[in-house]
Write a new protein. Structure first.
Length: 76
């Protein structure tokens, strides 16, 4: 299994130790799980299951105000 070396300041090292201990995992396993969780390239299933779950949710509020045209821009 590949290995990496991390250089951490004392405060970050303490966070790793506390996180691993709180979850009953080794530091290596805890860091691996954190990397998988936050470096994923897709939305979590819990988040995806919410899509369309609020049919009456407004995408924007219609204020009734008509916006003026853009100002003339300077040419280059």
């Amino acid at each position: 299994m590949p290995q990496i070396t991390l250089y951490l300041d004392d405060a970050t090292q303490l966070l790793v130790e506390q996180g691993a201990q709180a979850n009953g995992l080794s530091k290596s396993r805890w860091v691996s799980e954190i990397i998988r969780k936050y470096a994923a390239h897709q939305w979590p299933q819990d988040c995806l299951s919410l899509a369309g779950g609020f049919p009456d949710y407004p995408l924007r509020e219609d204020s009734g105000t008509v916006l003026s045209a853009d100002v003339t821009r300077l040419g280059f």
